[in-house]
Design a protein around this ligand. Structure first.
Ligand SMILES: Nc1ncnc2c1ncn2[C@@H]1O[C@H](COP(=O)(O)OP(=O)(O)OP(=O)(O)O)[C@@H](O)[C@H]1O
Ligand SMILES: [Mg+2]
Length: 647
């Protein structure tokens, strides 16, 4: 990762655009937000551009042009309403767990001290920087340019000379991005911040630069006690992201004497970690599991964490959500209390629920810096996104065809996301068996293999990476040309996965490939995302069907591939078992679908499942399953009730 130093990263140095008009900074004084109530669920996809009065597609627009909508069912054009109809009482009491999905209105009743900053002016004036004139209007960057500003790092009096030198000489960045301009003054007020900005727009540098200045103000980068103090802690949901953040922090600290960055993640020798952790550390980047392990078992280490000045959650919504929340709560017990630390939460997506959960980690009166807005396009407008829906039998051929098409792009670099590690593993094995070379990364691999793949993909081109969601968030692989998402996911994850392409002003596109039975649920979830649906015929899958089908027919002859297919079958069932309600299917239908999946991936016989696994999945007695009564140890899909493990 040190090799990143000195490289010119990102693609938008020197690009200019007028200051944004959509940044919002709110000072949140209680658990609730004062957003308008979420629009009730509708059966049609509403056009947001029309809503804002600027849809240029007119009658050709595939989204509904609705003046305003109320009510829980059919959408009827009505006059705009100023008051919501049914108020959510759980929200009023601060504990609505349904978040944005809640069908009742979330109405804030507290007296917010809310500021809405419509121009870049206000944050800049706070920093004593004159607002630069708008750039020439000849920009052809469209939406890409909407997150780079005309503000130079070198013009910022609040950024220290050491950071400025690294930014200019090591990172080679001249202009600040929108989120960097918007969040820096807020961080410097010393108030906790929850920051939302689109993927690939420089959130990492935002929290790193802000933290450095905050730490310098309060005792210096080596910490007031020197010795072995850990000054700031950054928590990342994945190992690769932790390592990437550490690399960026190292670059930024190049000219800061005595400053030091370390990262600790699972999958490595904990004793080696202990050695790395000796001495003062400016930024410690950690994944929750390994951090807790050290906190619980090494009192010396926990004492040092007890002295941090800044706590940062990157991908805050994921960390504060159900999966990580128990770990985060335990970690919070070791860090200084809220009033004795600065807490920063960053993400490209901030569901309503996160704002509520964030109050557990942040001080009352935290700032909510939103550079996206609630009702604007959540993905980059210049990223063309297609949807392809296909029957199970055509899924692999459709994917093969899409990849062939994308491989015609010069210097192609493609990421394909799968819902579970085991399915990802099988697909990778299978595609390699067809002669198409693909890399794989997921939680079922050793950390050294993951790191090798990640480095290869970062540094190379003409590559395809098959990944589980371990690469979905934060990963900054340069020049990814296309992202393919296979199967069901949720809105937030869709946005983050797509965000692996078109970063820092670059071009990119995405395809969502769904099974027929996933279409309705996914489109409901993605109703504010601009997807163009294309047919299987239009991508001409027939041309590759013979080669793909021939390879599928050989899976049964290859022991390794067959084992991998059997594991994928179990994982597939586990994953969809936890999405029954979303797909509106029952257990018998789930088993039927999974058995069909097994056929499409080349299993000649239906894979058997251990009775224990069936029990864990709550599928005992469901018709259509084959129970393995002989095998004691089965190479199945693992944890989480029988193989639905996502990572
Ligand atoms: N001011 C800048 N000028 C040019 N490039 C920049 C600037 N700030 C950051 N970058 C680069 O832009 C790329 C994306 O940044 P970063 O990974 O921080 O995005 P992010 O907003 O955190 O995205 P994600 O939501 O996916 O985590 C990185 O390569 C980063 O080094
Ligand atoms: Mg990031």
């Amino acid at each position: 990762m040190e090799g990143e130093k000195g490289k010119k990263r990102g693609g938008f140095t020197n690009r200019k655009d007028s200051p944004s008009k959509s940044i919002k900074v709110r000072v949140v004084s209680d658990t609730a937000s004062n957003d308008l109530p979420p629009a009730p669920a509708s059966k049609v996809n509403e056009c947001f551009a029309f809503k804002k009065g600027n849809c240029e597609r007119g009658a050709a627009c595939r989204f509904a042009h609705i003046a305003s909508s109320v009510g829980g069912g059919d959408v009827k054009p009505t006059a705009p309403v100023s008051k919501p109809v049914n108020e959510c009482f759980a929200f009023k009491k601060g504990n609505c767990e349904r978040g944005a999905a809640c069908r009742f209105a979330h109405v804030s009743t507290n007296d917010f001290d809310m500021q809405v900053v419509n121009e870049m002016k206000e944050p800049l004036q706070k920093l004593g920087v004159a607002v630069p004139p708008p750039p020439p209007t000849t920009s052809t960057f469209g939406d890409k340019a909407s997150y780079i500003t005309t503000v130079r790092f070198s013009d910022m009096p609040t950024i220290c000379p050491e950071s400025k030198r690294s930014l200019a000489e090591v990172m080679k960045y001249e202009y600040m991005t929108k989120v960097q301009v918007a969040s820096l003054p807020e961080i410097l007020t010393g108030r906790d911040c929850l920051v939302k900005a689109k993927t690939g727009t420089g959130k990492t540098l935002s929290f790193l630069i802000g933290s450095i200045e905050h730490i310098k103000k309060s005792g210096g980068l080596r910490g007031s006690t020197g010795g072995n103090q850990i000054t700031s802690l950054i928590i990342s949901p994945t190992r690769e992201l932790a390592s990437q953040i550490a690399a960026e922090a190292k670059s930024l600290l190049t000219y800061h004497p005595g400053a030091r960055v370390e990262f600790i993640t699972g999958g490595t020798n904990i004793n080696t970690d202990k050695k790395h952790l000796e001495g003062a550390i400016t930024f410690l980047v950690a994944t929750p599991g390994r951090l807790l392990d050290l906190l619980n078992n090494h009192p010396g280490f926990s004492a040092r964490i007890g002295g941090i000045k800044v706590l940062i959650f990157d991908e805050a919504d994921q960390l504060l959500d159900m999966g990580f929340k128990p770990d985060i709560d335990r970690i919070l017990a070791f860090v200084p209390s809220k009033d004795k630390r600065l807490t920063l939460c960053f993400s490209a997506t901030v569901p309503e629920m996160t704002k509520t959960l964030a109050t557990g980690a942040m001080n009352k009166g935290y700032s909510y810096v939103d550079t996206v807005g609630e009702d604007t396009e959540q993905t980059h407008m210049h990223v063309h996104q297609e949807l392809i829906v296909c029957p199970e039998a055509s899924f692999i051929t459709a994917l093969y065809t899409l990849l062939k098409k994308q491989m015609s792009v010069p210097e192609y670099k493609i990421i394909v996301f799968f819902s579970t590690a085991r399915v990802c593993g099988f697909m990778s094995d299978f595609f390699n068996s067809t002669g198409m070379k693909v890399l794989e990364i997921h939680s079922r691999m050793s950390q050294s293999a993951r790191t090798r793949t990640s480095d290869l993909f970062r540094d190379g081109s003409k590559l395809i990476l098959f990944s589980s969601d371990v690469s979905a968030r934060g990963m900054d692989y340069a020049n990814v040309t296309h992202v393919i998402q296979c199967g069901l996911t949720d809105r937030e994850q869709y946005i983050h996965r797509l965000g692996r392409t078109a970063r820092a002003g670059k071009e990119g596109s995405g395809t969502l490939l769904l099974y027929t039975y996933e279409r309705i649920a996914m489109l409901k979830d993605l109703k504010d995302i601009r997807l163009t649906e294309v047919t299987l015929d239009s991508i001409n899958i027939g041309q590759y069907a013979p080669v793909v089908n021939s390879c599928i027919s050989k899976v049964g002859d290859n022991r390794e591939l067959l084992t991998s297919a059997n594991q994928a079958y179990q994982a597939h069932m586990g994953f969809y078992n936890s999405n029954l309600r979303k797909l509106n299917i029952n257990k018998a239908e789930l088993v039927q679908m999974s058995n069909q999946f097994a056929v499409t991936i080349g299993c000649r016989e239906q894979p058997k499942l251990l009775a224990k696994t069936v029990g864990k999945m709550g599928l005992k007695g469901t018709p259509g399953l084959l129970i393995d009564r002989e095998t004691q140890v089965h190479g199945g899909g693992g944890r989480g009730g029988g193989g639905g493990k996502k990572g």
